[in-house]
Design a protein around this ligand. Structure first.
Ligand SMILES: NC(=O)c1ccc[n+]([C@@H]2O[C@H](COP(=O)([O-])OP(=O)(O)OC[C@H]3O[C@@H](n4cnc5c(N)ncnc54)[C@H](O)[C@@H]3O)[C@@H](O)[C@H]2O)c1
Length: 259
């Protein structure tokens, strides 16, 4: 099990919701945490709150837009300048906006790719790094369709596929970096209050029937993916029915057709 005392973690989208929960469980377990988010007002409030509970030098907020190469790199450099290293990197920032679908792709998928490559370049042993772990936040919509949200579904499937493929590369090339994906079910956060889609009624009726998770439950599953050093390429589902690793068949089930 990875010991988090004095390790340095980065969490994107950490000003509220799941990201804030992931940051807090890392702090509870001894890590120092850089909070990256677009929302500066909330981010600074969270930093002040965490400083009171966990000590004044263990949390630092950095404004950051994961949709921008330049701003993301800049924030990452600032984290390295302050803390000297990064051991845990959580790509969590995400939105559910089907109307501005290109923005959704550039945050939910391209943002995860940007963050993963930034972290990987810093962590991998071949670059003189000390290894580390990257957790990419997908969704149950990364494993099956969320009706009314095809773009969100596509980005989250992308996050799962990207993480699994890169985890194999990292293993084969012996980078010393683990990459795992987390797939939570519904959690009551700002994301679900602000989603943009022409199929609002469809999504709302799905949510009416759904059982919601608590941020704390998802954070515990997140911590498992961070700490268990045997996990690379793992996809962990957190659902109201329980938490479980996805197993993917090496040969996909097919229904043959005669042409
Ligand atoms: N809430 C759910 O039901 C649920 C379920 C499964 C997966 N997820 C995923 O969990 C992650 C966190 O979602 P949440 O529910 O906590 O949402 P949230 O809206 O509560 O928090 C998301 C945070 O990301 C930040 N953010 C948005 N765009 C950004 C950008 N371009 N750069 C930096 N930060 C940005 C926001 O300011 C916000 O603080 C997302 O990837 C989401 O898709 C959420």
């Amino acid at each position: 099990m990875m010991i988090l005392n004095d390790k340095v973690a980065v969490v994107t989208g950490a000003s509220q919701g799941l990201g804030r929960g992931f940051a807090e469980i890392l702090l509870e377990n001894g890590a120092k945490v850089a909070l990256l988010d677009l929302n500066e007002t909330l981010g600074r409030e969270v930093q002040a709150h965490f400083n009171e509970i966990y000590g004044s030098d263990r949390t630092q907020f950095y404004p950051c837009d994961v949709a921008s190469d330049e701003l993301f790199k800049d924030a990452f450099q600032k984290v390295l300048h302050k803390f000297g290293r990064v051991d845990v990197f959580c790509n969590n920032a995400g939105i559910l906006n089907e109307k501005d679908w290109e923005k959704t792709v550039s945050i939910n998928l391209s943002g995860v790719v940007r963050g993963t490559y930034l972290a990987m370049d810093h962590m991998k042993k071949q670059n003189g790094g000390q290894g580390g772990v990257i957790i990419n936040v997908a969704s149950m919509a990364g494993l099956g369709p969320l009706p009314g949200a095809p773009i969100y579904t596509a980005t989250k499937h992308g996050v799962v596929g990207f993480s699994r493929a890169l985890a194999e590369t990292s293993n084969i090339a012996d980078y010393g970096v683990r990459i795992n994906a987390l797939c939570p079910g519904f959690v009551r956060t700002a994301l679900l209050n602000s989603f943009q889609t022409d199929e609002k009624a469809m999504l709302e009726s799905i949510m009416e029937k759904a059982k919601f998770l608590e941020v704390e439950d998802v954070a515990k599953a997140f911590l498992l993916l961070v700490k268990d050093e045997s996990l690379n390429g793992a996809v962990l589902v957190v659902a109201s029915a329980g938490t479980a690793f996805m197993s993917f068949p090496t040969e996909l089930p097919r229904t043959p057709v005669t042409l």
